[in-house]
Design a binder for this molecule. Structure first.
Ligand code: SAH
Length: 393
């Protein structure tokens, strides 16, 4: 494993100020052990916890970076990461986990902004325009999406700043602008418009193409995502004609790959409208038609399936950190799929949900942690549960 280039005693010079990487004071081997132990401690009662799948190169894996702008007292424009605890900005263009090209682009953007006349938004008095910037990178084609978040409409394709930026960085395939009027609040809230390009970039995972837009959810570590998805889909053991629910489906990635690889009929449900619209396009882009998409709350949708007495052979659930809602799980056990593949980004809520499922007819047959976010304290898991009480159907 190569050592990171910015050697200090904590390997990252701004680790303390930024605190995005909670485990930056540990070696990667120690981090993997720590994560393995966390999952073991929580999930041991449900079965054997297999060895965590880590990365051979755990650096610069992130395909999505958020930067914030601030005007320093001397008038210089500063770009960096939000400082934890204060609303300060940590300048950092050599982050351990961020994509290197995205950091170079952030630096170029910052250089071009100096003396450009573009005003940086001030949290103190609400003056100025430009607040933040989001950069997403496609691993396979190297395409870059840049999204500028402003307090009011600021950018046009013919602006000198935009022209110079795309000349210097031809890999920026699209630039969008979000008008975010709230003084503080959610980073990407607001109306988005396309400044240049198509408003999205394309990446591929497990041999399928996916569109990535500023607001849609897309897995952050593509190298580990392929390992995670391959495991989840293999463990689902889907056969042609079987019916599987892909719940919390994001831009449709797991469902589309599963549909293409197995010939099963996939139903996908996702709450976020942008992600749902991307999922429809992604299926079309890949010519996959044994999949359908619903833009709804996963609980409401599975309740409806249960009420109608619909059959499901398998449920793949990949919920956010809060885990599956109780109502979702209650309807799931009414439908009685023979297999549940639970992809979790939070072992605490996973434990709660496994407790419920194992009390209601399921047994955990496979538990494996995946390290999707090296240097942070997050751990992902794939758990496969099999229905035990089929005789009582
Ligand atoms: N399976 C996808 C996304 C997982 S992230 C992937 O691998 O990329 C979790 C997703 O759940 C997000 O896209 C989020 O928008 C969605 N979500 C959150 N709450 C939801 C709910 N109540 N019903 C349906 N989807 C929900």
């Amino acid at each position: 494993m190569n050592k990171p280039e910015n050697k200090t005693d904590r390997i990252c010079a701004v680790a303390k100020k930024c605190s995005g990487c909670q485990l930056s004071n540990m070696s990667y081997e120690q981090q993997l052990k720590w994560k393995q132990n966390t999952v073991y401690r929580l999930l041991r009662p449900f079965g054997t916890v297999k060895k965590i799948v880590g990365m051979s190169e755990p650096y610069h894996y992130r395909n999505k970076q958020q930067f914030v702008f601030k005007k320093a007292k001397n008038g210089r424009i500063v770009c960096g990461l939000y400082q934890s605890k204060t609303s300060g900005v940590v300048e950092c263009f050599d982050c351990l986990v961020n994509n290197k090209r995205a950091c170079e682009i952030a630096k170029t953007v910052t250089e071009l902004l100096q003396n450009s006349g573009i005003k940086i938004y001030s949290l103190k008095n609400g003056s100025g325009n430009l607040k933040h910037m989001l950069i997403k990178t496609g691993r396979t084609g190297g395409e870059i999406l840049l999204c500028l978040v402003c307090a009011k409409r600021t950018f046009k394709a013919e602006d000198k700043f935009i022209k110079r930026l795309t000349e210097k960085c031809p890999d920026i395939k699209t630039i969008t602008e979000i008008v975010n009027t709230a003084p503080q609040g959610v980073f990407l809230d607001g109306q988005e418009s396309v400044i240049i390009g198509k408003g999205y970039i394309t990446d591929s995972l497990c041999g399928m193409k996916f569109k990535i837009s500023a607001k849609s959810f897309y897995q952050i570590n593509p190298i580990q995502t392929e390992k995670l998805y391959t495991c989840a889909i293999e463990k689902a053991q889907l056969k042609p004609g079987e019916r599987v629910l892909d719940a919390y489906s994001g831009v449709g990635t797991i469902g589309i790959i599963a549909a293409a690889q197995t010939g099963a009929e996939v139903l996908s449900v996702e709450l976020n409208r942008d992600a749902y619209l991307n999922a429809l396009e992604n299926a079309r882009l890949n010519g996959v038609d044994n999949i359908s998409f619903v833009n709804d709350d996963a609980q409401r949708y599975i309740e409806m399936l249960a009420k109608r007495g619909e059959r499901l052979d398998c449920v793949i659930a990949d919920p956010p950190r809060a885990g599956c809602s109780r109502g979702f799980l209650q309807s799931l056990i009414r439908i009685k799929p023979k297999r549940v593949v639970y992809v979790s980004c939070n072992p605490e809520t996973l434990k709660r949900d496994l407790y419920f499922l194992t009390k209601n007819g399921y047994k955990a047959e496979f538990i494996r942690p995946f390290d999707m976010f090296p240097f942070t304290n997050h751990t992902e898991c794939v758990v496969v549960l099999e229905r035990q009480m089929d005789a009582r159907r």
